[in-house]
Design a protein around this ligand. Sequence first.
Ligand code: HEM
Length: 141
Amino acid sequence: VLSAEEKALVVGLCGKISGHCDALGGEALDRLFASFGQTRTYFSHFDLSPGSADVKRHGGKVLSAIGEAAKHIDSMDQALSKLSDLHAYNLRVDPGNFQLLSHCIQAVLAAHFPADFTPQCQAAWDKFLAAVSAVLTSKYR
Ligand code: HEM
């Protein structure tokens, strides 16, 4: 559970991310595919070259969904319910990959918002992304 202070740190940075979801989300995916090659297997139908239109478009979807989660930070189960079904039933993404993506998102935030991304802010984001991942992997069996 995030404290009120942690929620404010997450929501505050989301405000700065929201106009740049494609670029920042695309970079997070570029980092994911570069460092954790096994994650590429889920996207065999994409052009995975760094900065490709496919990668940016998909990165934008991922960060927009994270922005929505932040808007509904106290009711993420409902807000992410459809995405949770998709990842569990259709995509069957190995749950371990969510930690890898969360790590890459944090690297992007550190690189682009060094003044905002203090140790406390990172700790809040780490908790938040773990909570989002927990919802998206909650329907696996
Ligand atoms: C699709 C969000 C983690 C693989 C999607 C979509 C969103 C999304 C918004 C598009 C859904 C739609 O089109 O209706 C997220 C979030 C994640 C996450 C917020 C974690 C924070 C992952 C991970 C993987 C993954 C870790 C695999 C490494 C996919 C794939 C698709 C998808 C393969 C379908 C892509 C396509 O064919 O268009 N995800 N995702 N996701 N996600 Fe995730």
